[in-house]
Design a protein around this ligand. Structure first.
Ligand code: AMP
Ligand code: ZN
Length: 133
């Protein structure tokens, strides 16, 4: 099977990982909408959020832990947690993933969600998240 996120989980394609547990892995989105935009994916291949009844609950602990980590390390003021399911919804990678999008007070509201901040240094953001306290 040719799956981008399975290849990332297997380490065949590099990613900026921020969190992992037995069920899920979280890594920075390569094209972030806001600083710290992260994807949480199940370790096993699940095509989308609706194709298997247990899939969402399997990744829920990792979503929670990663959202807390991002909020703390990046001093986010809020967070959008978004799952696209099916091509018509905008899903482009068919391995279930939750988008965790930290939000900051200078760009509030739903209308600003997809206003991509072009100035994001992914490596610098990654370092801030994974730095040892
Ligand atoms: P979706 O449209 O919900 O399927 O989202 C797919 C997401 O995967 C997009 O936000 C892409 O920027 C992201 N993406 C694509 N390739 C990579 C990659 N190699 N590493 C990290 N994120 C990626
Ligand atoms: Zn996969």
């Amino acid at each position: 099977m040719d799956c981008l996120f399975c290849a990332i989980i297997a380490g065949e394609i590099p990613s900026r990982q921020v969190y992992a547990d037995d069920a899920a892995v979280a890594f920075l989105d390569i094209s972030p909408w806001h600083a710290g935009h992260t994807l949480v994916v199940p370790r096993r291949h699940v095509a989308d959020a609706l194709s298997q009844p247990e899939a969402l609950s399997e990744i829920a602990p990792a979503i929670n832990a990663t959202a807390r980590l991002l909020t703390e390390r990046l001093e986010a003021a809020g967070m959008n947690i978004l799952i696209n399911s099916g091509a018509v919804s905008g899903q482009e990678v068919f391995h279930l993933h939750a988008h965790l999008i930290p939000r900051y007070a200078d760009h509030p509201g739903m209308a600003a969600l997809m206003e991509r901040d072009s100035d994001i240094d992914l490596d610098a953001v990654h370092q801030r998240i994974i730095a040892q306290a």
